[in-house]
Design a protein around this ligand. Structure first.
Ligand code: ATP
Ligand code: MG
Length: 568
């Protein structure tokens, strides 16, 4: 038996899955039953992309509005009589939450009588067998597929079949849906369904189509992956004129829409979630009169969708203005501005701008500037312990990235020097051996560290500076803002390059340390202080640093070499 929960978890996008989880929690808390229904189940089984999430509950979704909003779900429209909510969940996931209901049709063209019902009755009011399935998300029956009309078999046969002979008569918008879904999936209508369809067309049932149904279909067109193809099919069948009498494929800006779809993919690949429906509608109706466009806008039930469509041009103009203004005078300024803009705004402006300067900034934002991040020396940052474990890590990355964008860090050394002040203090050294090895062990540890340092420096093609390369800061300050970072760079530059070798915890007597030319803790502090307060005496320090490993007992050298080899 198929494991539909597994299918759901693997086929829904992570954002869709999180959205379902949010709703599930709220519905469970309200003590109601929840089902995944409609096209979501169809697409789950076919393996085709799941465009939106259809959910049904045995209860009134309108009562859950507050909880849904608290969970970060936006209510984009509601249908009071159908007890249906149109939702936009985090990550731009479109969803519909409706009451499981029965529909009784008294007269064709008249809206049905709606009543709260069980999930099985709800499936009976649906359009095609492939859309009349439900997956239980309830604790007792989770994973159970309800498929009273054998939709799975029709999915396998790749056909669209109505549930009964009066399907097109009761709700003529199903004629439009049949054409749309058939064009999308390239699935024909099952033979008898085709006969019913032809007869409904001949008898002009479509004149009874409800306004609300038209509004919903208008929006659905915008969410299609290839809306122009669907429009052609609708036009051929005469349904496009039903959606709006002045609409035709010729009224759409097909090439711009094609560009929009490509660019949306680029943005998706970069990790943005883009709600491109309103923009698709803009291009699909581009050559229609303002009057016709506002008529279409008035018919669409999801008001938020319409508002976004209406604001596209204005938002893009605003963004273009700011991109040519003071705040975007530098690359980093433009980057910040575009990062804060919505992906929809970036996408729409990219497609419509005629300003060269704006266009090149947008192109850089989506392309060239992103590669600048790759200049960050991640392996060295790891050695410096500037890793994701640092709470300030992202801030450090961003600060370095913005400076790179503005050409303020040009060479590898400049980047490393910028990063140095962020280097966190070293982890505490391992506990010293209890007995026996004493001084020898301490010296060995220091020699090992120095050798590793030398090896790392040599690998980078730089002159090894003794242990100073990996020497941890005595008291590292991790600035939390780029400004602080700047300060820190200036003030700690000198001490960091003249740092002594890492010091084992077990203190070496001052005399012995002097003998080895190895500074004690006290000496380290004194040296750092003198570097910060007095004028530094680099020659002396350098000699000291170089001398430290050289003066180690010669017997330890092979061990150090071994360590260096290992590292390589
Ligand atoms: P899509 O992939 O376009 O979302 P869909 O089949 O899910 O396809 P929706 O408009 O989201 O289409 O509708 C959700 C479900 O509601 C449908 O699968 C179907 O079960 C039911 N439905 C929608 N419109 C009708 C209708 N006119 N008559 C009967 N059932 C309908
Ligand atoms: Mg759907």
């Amino acid at each position: 038996m198929a494991d539909y929960i597994y299918s759901m978890e693997t086929r829904l996008t992570p954002d869709q899955q999180s959205g379902v989880n949010l709703v599930q929690e709220i519905v469970r808390h309200a003590g109601l039953n929840l089902y995944l229904t409609g096209g979501t189940i169809r697409d789950l089984i076919t393996g085709l992309p799941i465009r939106d999430v259809d959910l049904s509950i045995q209860g009134n979704p309108l009562k859950l509005q507050k909880e849904l909003e608290k969970a970060g779900i936006s209510i984009q429209g509601l249908e009071e009589d159908l007890k249906t909510l149109h939702l936009l969940m985090p990550g731009n996931v479109r969803a519909e939450l409706n009451l499981t209901r029965s529909e009784t049709y008294d007269k064709p063209g008249k809206p049905p009588i709606i009543a709260s019902a069980t999930i099985n009755e709800d499936l009976r009011r649906r359009d095609f067998t492939v859309n009349a399935m439900a997956l239980s998300l309830n604790p007792g029956s989770r994973g159970l597929l309800l498929d009273p009309f054998n939709g799975v078999a029709d999915i396998e046969a790749k056909v669209l079949r109505v549930l009964h002979n009066y399907a097109f008569l009761e709700d003529p918008v199903r004629l439009i849906r049949a054409t749309r879904l058939s064009a999308r999936f390239h699935w024909p209508l099952e033979e008898r369904t085709q006969a019913r369809y032809d007869s409904a067309k001949e008898n002009n049932y479509i004149e009874y189509v409800g306004k609300r149904a038209i509004g919903a279909e208008l929006e659905q067109l915008a969410h299609e992956d290839d809306p122009i193809n669907i429009m052609r099919a609708l036009e051929k069948e005469g349904w496009l004129k039903v959606l709006h009498p002045h609409w035709s494929v010729a009224k759409a800006e097909a090439s711009d829409l094609g560009q929009a779809i490509k660019l949306r993919q680029t943005l998706t690949d970069l990790g943005y979630s883009v709600e491109s429906g309103p923009m698709a509608m803009y291009f699909l109706t581009r050559r229609m009169s303002d009057k016709d466009i506002s008529e279409i806008q008035r018919m669409i039930p999801r008001r938020d969708f319409v508002e976004k469509w209406k604001h596209l041009e204005h938002d893009a103009q605003n963004l273009a203005k700011r991109l040519t203004g003071k705040e975007a005078a530098t690359n980093s300024g433009s980057w910040k501005l575009l990062s804060e803009a919505t992906p929809e705004n970036v996408l729409f402006l990219s497609l419509t701008t005629r300003q060269q300067a704006v266009d090149s900034k947008l192109k850089n934002f989506l392309g060239k500037w992103r590669q600048v991040r790759e200049k960050l020396p991640f392996p060295e940052m790891a050695e410096m312990r500037i890793t994701a474990q640092l709470p300030e890590y992202q801030k450090i990355l961003d600060a370095a990235f913005l400076m790179l964008l503005d050409g303020k860090l040009r060479s590898h050394n400049e980047i490393v020097n910028f990063l140095k002040p962020y280097e966190p203090p070293p982890p505490p050294p391992p506990p010293a051996p209890k007995r026996g090895r004493g001084k020898a062990a301490v010296a060995e540890a220091a020699a090992g560290a120095a050798a590793v340092a030398a090896a790392v420096a040599a690998k980078r093609g730089r002159k090894p500076k003794g242990a100073a390369v990996v020497a941890p800061m005595v008291a590292a300050v991790v600035p939390s803002t780029p400004a602080e970072a700047g300060k820190a760079t200036a003030s700690t530059k000198a001490p960091s390059s003249s740092k002594p070798a890492p010091e084992p915890k077990k203190t070496v007597p001052v005399k012995a340390a002097k003998k080895q030319n190895k500074p004690t803790k006290k000496a380290v502090v004194a040296k750092t202080k003198s570097a910060a307060t007095k004028k530094a005496t680099p020659t002396k320090k350098k000699t000291a640093a170089k001398k430290a490993p050289a003066k180690k007992t010669p017997a330890k050298k092979p061990a150090a070499k071994k360590a260096a080899k290992k590292k390589r």
